[in-house]
Write a protein that binds this ligand. Structure first.
Ligand code: AHR
Length: 502
């Protein structure tokens, strides 16, 4: 099977905001406790944070981490997580039917971010709480001193403000499962007033308003229109979330879901344009895709805990999806979609980062290892920075259940004009046939292949485990060649490929 791509240095989509490769830590399951924080662990630093986990996060070069939720934030009292640890209350977490010890709060998380070379993206609780707590939290985090909340921060050991720029106005407020769920009008009004108050403190903040929890919500996409109608002039981003699953065990249909993702992004971009025109606004609002991942492997296992059958456990194993090789291909396609939509999607957060639907897993008291999906995220985060190219793609297609014709070739390319680096991220969705790919390279000058990595496996269901952490890992590929301004390469069936040219 043949496929062709044309890349031209001047045919661009947009500069990529590095925050496209963000992630997410929620107080959920073992993400925090025995994930990033485990004071008794052999690698724990002076703050009780696992250094083995920090090293893996650093390897991923994660630009931002959203915190503290997720559903958790909608009944969270941020004040519970400040002050001497021995005085912090244990609360019942209504979102995940667990207990929250509050041994990690904003100070501990901020220190962890500094150790992991990443920035904070904070969410305020607009479920059980509202404007007042949001403005107090903001004052605590960002005001230098001389006010009630900033002085409390100083008294709690942090003299300098953290100056967090990026704030989420609640989480998934369209979802009936959300504590404090609201209608679009109720939420839109509250988000508007909260944004106004936060901007009165600092007009330079970047604010994210909640869009839909997924494209199958009954309120989608009217939710986006109503909420933006209330908030357009006060916010910078509207958030979208989407999770992927293959319960039907149909690889072809599963790998086609990124087409649905692309449509979802396109539809919301259209709603943004509509409200922009309606308001006669000169300002742009972008998409923050601040939760995305594969999530289905653990759902059956979690039912009892979520239904309360286990009481209120502290940090139980929840949402611990064991990712397989097939999920590498899915995550590769999702990241390609974000790169190809980098003109409207500026921020995206892989949900989540450690233990909970995560690329990094830990054993309490034991090892930390890379799940299969670590690798496509790693390659995109490291080499997907620069300018997204508008590729012309000619690929044979197949028919997916409800999504029409789907190309076997899924591809994106990022050019870094400063270094001259051009990187292709490629997935072959075909189950049995290789793709003979020719990519014409125009306007880049002389290029040669400097790195070529493939992820492939004969078993789609194979996973990485603590005992066998490298069942799925990238290996150096051979056979790619640039000659006469053309890259020629054979892409194996059901494989992921990253090719770097310079
Ligand atoms: O990431 C897991 C959960 O998925 C988040 O808490 C919630 O926002 C979403 O439904």
């Amino acid at each position: 099977m043949k496929a062709a791509v044309t890349a031209h240095s001047k045919y661009t989509i947009s500069d990529i905001d590095p925050r496209l490769y963000g992630s997410f830590i929620e107080h959920l399951g073992r993400a925090v406790y025995t994930g990033i924080y485990e004071p008794e662990h052999a690698t724990a630093d002076e703050n009780g944070m696992r250094k083995d986990v920090i090293d893996l996060v650093k390897e991923l070069n994660v630009p931002i981490v959203r915190y503290p939720g997720g559903n958790f934030v909608s009944a969270y009292n941020w004040e519970d997580g400040i002050g001497p640890k021995e005085n912090r209350p244990t609360r019942l977490d209504l979102a995940w039917h667990t207990s929250e010890s509050n041994q990690v709060g904003i100070h501990e998380f901020a220190d962890w971010c500094a150790s992991a070379n990443t920035e904070m993206m904070l969410a305020v609780n607009l479920g059980s709480r509202g404007l007042d707590e949001a403005r107090n939290f903001l004052e605590y985090v960002n005001h230098p001193g001389g006010s009630e909340w900033s002085d409390k921060r100083i008294a709690n050991g942090r003299a300098e403000p953290w100056n967090v720029k990026l704030w989420c106005l609640g989480n998934e407020m369209d979802g009936p499962w959300q504590i404090g769920h609201k209608t679009a009008d109720e939420y839109g009004r509250l988000a508007h007033e909260t944004a106004k108050a936060m901007r009165a403190f600092d007009d330079g903040l970047e604010l994210v308003v909640c869009g839909s929890s997924n494209a199958h919500m009954p309120t989608y996409p009217e939710w986006e229109a109503t909420v933006l109608d209330h908030t357009y002039n006060e916010v910078d981003y509207i958030s979208l979330h989407m999770y992927f699953e293959n319960r039907a065990k149909n690889t072809a249909n599963y790998l086609a879901r990124s087409i649905e993702l692309d449509t979802y992004i396109g539809t919301v971009a259209g709603v943004i344009d509509y409200i922009k025109a309606k308001k006669r606004s000169a300002k742009d609002v972008y998409i923050s895709f601040d939760e995305w991942n594969v999530w289905y492997h653990s759902k059956e296992r979690d039912k009892a805990t979520l239904a309360g059958a286990n009481g209120w456990p502290h940090a139980p194993a929840l949402l611990e999806d064991d990712y397989n090789f097939e999920d590498v291909l899915q995550v590769g396609c999702i990241l390609n979609t974000f790169i190809n939509r980098a003109d409207v999607v500026k921020i995206a957060c892989l949900a989540q980062l450690v233990n909970v639907i995560a690329p990094i897993m830990t054993t309490p008291g034991g090892a930390a290892w890379r799940q299969t999906i670590f690798y496509p995220y790693y390659f995109a985060s490291l080499y997907g920075r620069g300018t997204a190219l508008r590729l012309m793609v000619d690929s044979p297609t197949y028919k997916a259940d409800d999504l029409g014709e789907v190309p076997y070739l899924d591809v994106s390319a990022v050019h870094d004009a400063d270094t001259g680096r051009l990187t292709f991220f490629i997935v072959n969705r075909h189950g049995t046939e290789a793709l003979d790919l020719d990519a014409s390279l125009l306007g880049f000058g002389a290029l040669k292949v400097v790195d070529d990595q493939v992820i492939a496996h004969s078993d789609l269901t194979i996973t990485n485990t603590a005992e066998a952490p490298f069942n799925v890992a990238p290996v150096k590929a051979t056979g790619s060649l640039v000659a006469d301004g053309k890259l020629s390469v054979k892409i194996a069936p059901l494989s992921y490929r990253m090719i770097r040219l310079q």
